[in-house]
Design a protein around this ligand. Structure first.
Ligand code: HMG
Ligand code: MG
Length: 318
């Protein structure tokens, strides 16, 4: 494999993409504990929460309080999803309470490449959604925030089937033209396979730099890491993942967890890439996430690590 970069940014989305999908409400203090341990583990990009409608996503209704109390660390930049002007006003209000200049929080806008998923997710057509971004992106940039753009269902849609890559390209180009610093390509329902990913990246890299693209894979069918490998080969340096593999999209039936952060980091470290992430602390973050949601999480490297620790602990008492 051609090696293009040495350092990879692991973009942690568990506190948002993971917790948005939980049936039970994780207390604000517990969310802040999870954010603290992820920060301590060395994650430099963490999507902390979402300013969407609390009626649509009750689990993140405390977004304002979370952002106003984010644990600070030099070099650590958070992000929050923002769907409309109302969400942006809530983010600005939380930043003001946090003390604006100290707060390092990006805004993230999102839409789907497929019309039906977009409507189910945000109750608007793709064109209406893009038009509404005019009320988010310019004011966010004017306030000094960077803005990331997500293109969901970039490989396939639960309602419309496979996505034509040219549709992804056209939406991504519009987001970049608006001023998004990076487009995160979402495999919302985890259907992508490597050749499809290669083709999509070829089309996009004719129009964007590798640093302007990221992969956001859900691991529903076990193909997330194979797609990451294609992304690495194409020169991408940012990959989204979720602690323990928490997550999914509540408006995409069958969307299971994101690629687990531990699985991604295990592979990257094994290949000699630097991430700045401390493995034992990352495992501790996964353990905490399991305690907070009250169940075993699907991340394979997390389960392997916890399993071998349990084995060693048993061996040392016998
Ligand atoms: P709507 O119901 O069409 O909104 O929802 P509306 O503009 O008609 O307003 C209805 C009411 O909601 C009003 O209140 C508004 O004030 C309020 P009322 O007057 O009835 O009292 N409202 C809000 N309140 C708080 N914060 C707001 C807000 N906006 C309106 N921001 C809306 C439209 C977009 C808000 C809604 O559809 C929504 O919140 N959708 C978000 C769904 C979501 O979060 N999905 C998951 C995230 S995307 C994802 O996971 C994919 C990703 O991970 C990438 C991948 O995997 O592909 C990013
Ligand atoms: Mg997602």
């Amino acid at each position: 494999m051609t090696r293009v970069a040495e350092r990879i940014t692991v973009y942690e989305v568990g506190p948002r993409d993971g917790l948005q999908n939980e049936a039970g409400f994780v207390a604000t203090e517990d969310k802040l504990r999870l954010l603290r341990i992820l920060a301590d583990a060395g994650l430099s990009r963490i999507e902390a929460t979402s300013f969407v409608s609390p009626r649509w996503i009750p689990g993140l209704a405390d977004a304002g309080e979370v952002v106003s109390r984010l644990p600070r660390k030099p070099g650590l930049v958070y992000a929050a999803l923002v769907p409309n002007a109302k969400g942006l006003a809530r983010l600005f209000d939380a930043l003001a309470r946090a003390g604006d200049e100290a707060a390092q929080v990006d805004a993230a806008v999102f839409l789907s490449a497929s019309e039906t998923h977009n409507r189910k997710n945000v109750n608007r057509s793709i064109d209406e959604t893009l038009a509404a971004f005019d009320e988010i992106v310019p004011p966010a940039l004017a306030r000094g925030l960077s803005v990331r753009g997500y293109v969901s269902t970039a490989w396939g849609c639960p309602y419309e089937g496979a996505t034509v890559p040219e549709r992804v390209v056209s939406v991504a180009e519009r987001l970049l033209a608006m001023g998004c610093y990076q487009i995160s390509l979402g495999d919302t329902i985890g259907v992508g396979t490597p050749n499809q990913t290669r083709r999509l990246l070829e089309l996009l890299l004719a129009r964007a730099r590798p640093a302007e693209l990221a992969l956001h894979m859900h691991d529903t069918r076990g193909t997330a890491l194979a797609n990451v490998l294609v992304g690495l080969e194409a020169g991408l340096t940012t990959f989204d993942a979720s602690v323990g593999g928490l997550g999914g999209c509540p408006y995409a039936p069958g969307a299971s967890g994101n690629l687990a952060t531990e699985d991604l980091v295990y592979m990257l470290h094994g290949m000699g890439y630097e991430t700045g992430i401390d493995w034992p602390l990352l495992i501790a973050a996964g353990e905490l996430a399991e305690r907070l949601v009250g169940r075993k999480l699907p991340g394979k490297a997390l389960q392997a690590e916890l399993g071998s620790r349990a084995l060693l602990a048993r061996a040392s008492v016998t």
